[in-house]
Design a protein around this ligand. Structure first.
Ligand code: PLP
Length: 345
């Protein structure tokens, strides 16, 4: 195996997740897209394209990556740039606009190339953490009802992304709200994309309820193609970051310095402030360490963890469930080695 730090993608577990998604697609007549913003490891595309309908992209570069997936491509950007939109449109099957001003500005240039839609913001308050609350008050993401007096007749699809690792009951709230507010426009539409944030592959997720909700909706609006675009759920629990202890120092507390860094490899922690799960750590164990990164940044700290045995130099530290929003967000800060990528099994 390659050197640490390394991201290890467990292909059998990834396939297990993909089978859950395939079952949902088949039974609920919904299409599931991989949102590339959370995971875009090309080496896994040949497996994933056997199960998923396509990908969703959020930039020109992601749209280019999506071409390698070689299935449907659905693109949404908070704002398109003049000098990129034609290339994006040429790659994409659907193009989702975040505002009426961008829709009006670009529609005539792209209408022959892609089916155009609008992202709407339902202003749903799920009391979510700030980093993933797309519908927060004052959010730039999607058109709010007060700015949407008319939906232009050229709009062929709606996109709503409001959830964050939530169960089917939250999805029911979302779809009901969408229907209550916008069903009078459904006749003109060809598709609705319900965004990501569906914890479809968590063991607590109520897949049967989701399927029922989607089937009921589809029965009422059979002309609509329905999409979900998860990222986290696709790779949930399907891999980890493995690091190594380089040194152990003591300054009031024991500190293990690793060959990985939150500033480089797990930048998601800086946003979520959620300490990652560490394999083998226990609550109130006999030996407690702060696990710290190898950059010079004072705040480069993974968290404080207890173990039954003392740590020593060269021990492996495994941060669980660390494929989504990590590999795609690594940096070159401090000149620290990038992580190796390993496909296991
Ligand atoms: C528009 C959009 N779609 C899909 C996703 C994927 O969300 P998740 O990984 O929570 O499923 C995100 C995440 O931020 C998003 O912003």
């Amino acid at each position: 195996m390659s050197k640490t730090p390394r991201f290890v993608c467990e292909m059998a577990k990834l396939q297990e997740n993909l089978k859950v998604l395939e079952n949902i697609q088949k039974r609920a007549d919904v299409d599931i897209l991989l949102a590339l913003k959370g995971f875009a490891l090309k080496e896994t595309f040949s497996l994933m394209r056997r199960y998923l309908s396509g990908t969703s992209a959020s930039s020109l570069n992601e749209a280019r990556v999506a071409k390698d997936f070689n299935k449907e491509i659905h693109t949404y950007l908070p704002a398109y740039a003049e000098d990129e939109i034609l290339e994006i449109a040429a790659i994409s099957d659907t193009l989702i606009f975040n505002s009426l001003s961008q829709f009006d500005r670009f529609y005539s240039q792209v209408k022959e190339r892609a089916s155009c839609g609008l992202r709407i913001n339902l202003e749903l308050d799920f009391n979510l953490p700030e980093h993933c609350n797309a519908n927060a008050k004052g959010s730039r993401l999607g058109v709010v009802a007060s700015s949407l007096h008319v939906i232009p007749k050229e709009v062929e699809g709606l996109h709503v992304h409001a959830l964050c690792s939530q169960n089917a009951d939250a999805f029911f709230t979302l779809i009901s709200e969408l229907e209550d507010r916008y069903s009078q426009h459904f006749k003109q539409l060809k598709w609705i994309n319900f965004g990501g944030g569906h914890a479809l592959t968590c063991k607590e997720y109520d897949v049967e309820y989701l399927i029922k909700i989607l089937k009921d909706f589809k029965q009422k609006y059979p002309h609509l193609r329905l999409y979900l675009e998860p990222s986290e759920a696709v790779v949930h629990e399907a891999g980890y970051l493995e690091a190594k202890v380089l040194d152990i120092v003591h300054n009031e507390i024991d500190i293990a310095i690793l060959d990985a860094s939150i500033e480089v490899h797990l930048t998601d922690i800086m946003l979520t402030k959620q300490p990652p799960k560490v394999r083998g750590s226990v609550k109130d164990g006999r030996y407690t360490y702060q696990l710290a990164g190898c950059s010079c940044a004072a705040g480069d700290i993974f968290g404080t963890y207890s173990f039954e045995k003392p740590l020593k130099v060269s021990d492996k530290i495994i941060f669980e469930n660390k494929l989504a929003y990590t590999i795609v967000k690594t940096t070159t800060f401090n000149g620290i080695n990038p992580a190796n990528l390993v496909l296991k099994g």
